[in-house]
Design a protein around this ligand. Structure first.
Ligand code: BF8
Length: 636
């Protein structure tokens, strides 16, 4: 209905109005058309694991209260949610594997277009995982590091994953070993979980959820490998200044949007675009305008300052501007509908990965051996598109905000080191111990139209920063905050509480020589795999405070979670010991027992727990209370 607010992003609202006038259908309309959604599925008590079903669990204690095999609500709910964790871990880690192969093949001299870019990061990763750099060339070292990473995917013995044991606290290592949830290999943990949740295997919800947590930790390993080796290949992010929202599209330029997750494709497009400006100008454009959607957008934003066009829910709306010449996509979070919308305009959708195709779209198979060639072909298609667009109407909402991003852990440590060169992280923990900061929060995850687009992200960020929480952010959450201007220095004056204001001012003053444009209110740490960066920050805080991660005043929130990846990230976060808020209901309400495992039993065993709360104001209050409880327990 017309009076329901569907987004708090003014650019998205502008485009939704236009869509209505022109009878263009988007996910916002399809969400409304799906109502009311199936209550059995919504609560997780629809079982489709075997095809005697679907079985729907009904109240009472008659035969309808169980599946045909006798599975109860708690078995069905736990199996369904665990399978989502397996899906999420698969997506993150398969992306990670792609990066490992690219680094390995580049270091073996098989790829002309890729090389080790960040030797220091390579050395740091090698040292951390116990590989000596002594007497080795950087390529030899990169080969060894890549092979060690591949071991974490396929090890058949019982040692836990290297990228887990070497990146977490001793306390977490012991806990995971004691509870038998340390993954030995990513692929194996996914396979085991699919086996465990097959009809007639595991019926015990606690055991199933613990299997899920193991997969959540495998997801963490996959994310960490992705981040580390992407940094080695393309560089570790440093502060960059750029912009966000649909106003970054330019009518007089060739507009190329990169969308998806894998930086191998998007970074190559970015690198090649610089060399092809002249071709674009020869076609009458004033240049090439790149912009990003979803996490591949975050990857090239962090490393190359490429602006953000928009985030997940509003991806179709970008095409409706009529200004997008090519949208090139790789994997994950690409709505199949982008092709249908593109067909109403001159826009071409280009798919690039053999596991991710859309009927009707152009498919340019992208392989690392011909990366530059493929990227050039994509940009040439966009230049053709620009020519075809002449004489057609563009309608770009002139809405965008300034963004300061690029905050890898290394970049944050460098900022802190300007105040305390010996122990940089102490600047952050001291601020928490002094009560200047209430703690640290990671805002991450998707959009989900169950809530008003971007509203939960913005409301929670405002409440937390007002109450002196240092906010780091990734994924579509970061993009929501960027679009709304919360990554501009001006946002500090507008939203930060006194303590946070003073902390950020001290940091900015100490780094004046490095920062051309000051610091933002909230710190963009990258894509969803870069949640590993936030984990590293909390682990550093734990080590400095001499406690395990469940005692650190650190919380996580996925205000508008939607994807399987969000479920596996959340599982990993809870295992690490964080109070983890989810602002849209995952399908677990059909079993009070599973709900209790997630919200209470998890806390008894791991220290972390889920907070399910759909009201963003109440959620912020709960997150603040969790931080408060942790600082109180630390004796602060
Ligand atoms: O990996 S936040 S909607 S884009 S799943 Fe997807 Fe969710 Fe966005 Fe990035 Ni993450």
């Amino acid at each position: 209905p017309k009076d329901i607010m569907r987004s708090v992003d003014p650019a998205a609202l502008y485009m939704l109005e236009k869509a209505k006038d022109q009878n263009l259908i988007s996910s916002y309309d399809r969400f409304a058309a799906q109502q009311p959604q199936c209550a059995f599925g919504y609560e997780g008590i629809c079982c489709r694991i075997c095809f005697q079903g679907p079985c729907r669990i009904k109240p009472g204690d008659g035969p309808g209260s169980k599946g045909i095999c006798g599975a109860t609500a708690y078995t069905i709910v736990s199996r369904n949610i665990a399978r989502m964790m397996a899906g999420g871990a698969s997506a993150h880690s398969d992306h990670g594997r792609h990066i490992v192969h690219a680094l390995l093949h580049a270091a073996e001299g098989k790829l002309a277009d890729f090389k080790v870019t960040d030797v220091e990061k390579l050395n740091r990763v090698a040292e951390r995982i116990g590989i000596s750099a002594e007497g080795k060339t950087e390529n030899e070292l990169a080969v060894e590091v890549s092979k060690a990473a591949l071991e974490d995917f396929g090890r058949q013995t019982d040692e836990p994953c290297t990228w887990l044991t070497t990146t977490i606290t001793d306390g977490r290592n012991k806990k995971f070993a004691d509870c038998c949830i340390a993954p030995t290999a990513i692929d194996r943990s996914v396979v085991s979980l699919l086996h465990q949740t097959h009809i007639g295997t595991d019926a015990d919800p606690v055991n199933i959820i613990f299997g899920g947590l193991k997969c959540g930790l495998a997801d963490y390993v996959g994310m960490h490998i992705s981040t580390d080796l992407s940094d080695v290949l393309f560089g570790t992010p440093k502060p960059v200044v750029t912009e966000a929202n649909l106003g970054v599209l330019k009518e007089d330029k060739v507009n190329v949007i990169v969308h998806g997750h894998n930086p191998i494709l998007s970074q190559t497009v970015v690198n090649v675009a610089k060399e092809m400006e002249a071709e674009a100008k020869a076609a009458g454009a004033t240049g090439i305008q790149l912009s990003g959607i979803c996490c591949t957008g975050n990857e090239v934003l962090m490393r190359s300052g490429v602006p953000i066009a928009t985030n997940f829910s509003s991806q179709e709306l970008a095409i409706m501007t009529g200004a997008v010449d090519v949208m090139v996509v790789d994997v994950q979070c690409i709505m199949p509908s982008v092709q249908a919308v593109a067909e109403c305009f001159h826009t071409k959708i280009v798919t690039t990965m053999d596991i991710s195709k859309i009927p009707g779209a152009h498919h340019f198979a992208f392989d690392e051996e011909h990366a530059v060639e493929s990227a050039k072909a994509v940009i040439r298609l966009a230049i053709e598109g620009y020519k075809n667009r002449q004489g057609m109407a563009c309608d770009i909402p002139q809405i965008k905000n300034k963004v300061i991003a690029g905050f890898s852990v290394e970049a944050i440590v460098e900022l802190l080191a300007a105040i305390n060169p010996e122990t940089p992280i102490k600047v952050l923990t001291d601020a928490v111990e002094a009560g200047e900061l209430a703690g640290v929060a990671l805002l991450c995850g998707c959009n989900n139209l169950e809530s008003v687009h971007d509203n939960n992200h913005l409301t929670i960020a405002r409440e937390l920063t007002k109450n002196n929480v240092f906010v780091v952010t990734t994924g579509c959450s970061a993009q929501a905050l960027a679009k709304a201007g919360m990554m501009a220095p001006e946002a500090i004056e507008e939203y930060a509480g006194e303590g946070l204001k003073n902390f950020l001012k001290r940091l900015a003053d100490a780094n004046q020589d490095k920062l051309t444009d000051g610091l933002p209110l909230v710190f963009h740490m990258g894509s969803c795999v870069d949640n590993s960066r936030a984990h590293d920050l909390s682990t550093m805080m734990a080590k400095q405070l001499n406690v395990d991660t469940p005692k650190v005043p650190f919380v996580a929130s996925a205000p508008e979670a939607m994807s399987e990846k969000a479920v596996s990230i959340g599982a990993g976060a809870v295992a690490m010991g964080y109070p983890t808020h989810v602002g849209t209901m995952p399908p677990i309400e059909g079993s009070p027992l599973v709900f209790g495992i997630a919200t209470q039993i998890a806390s008894d065993v791991y220290g972390g727990y889920f907070i399910f709360e759909t009201d963003p104001m109440v959620a912020a209050a709960k997150l603040l209370a969790s931080l408060d409880n942790r600082t109180w327990k630390l004796g602060i």
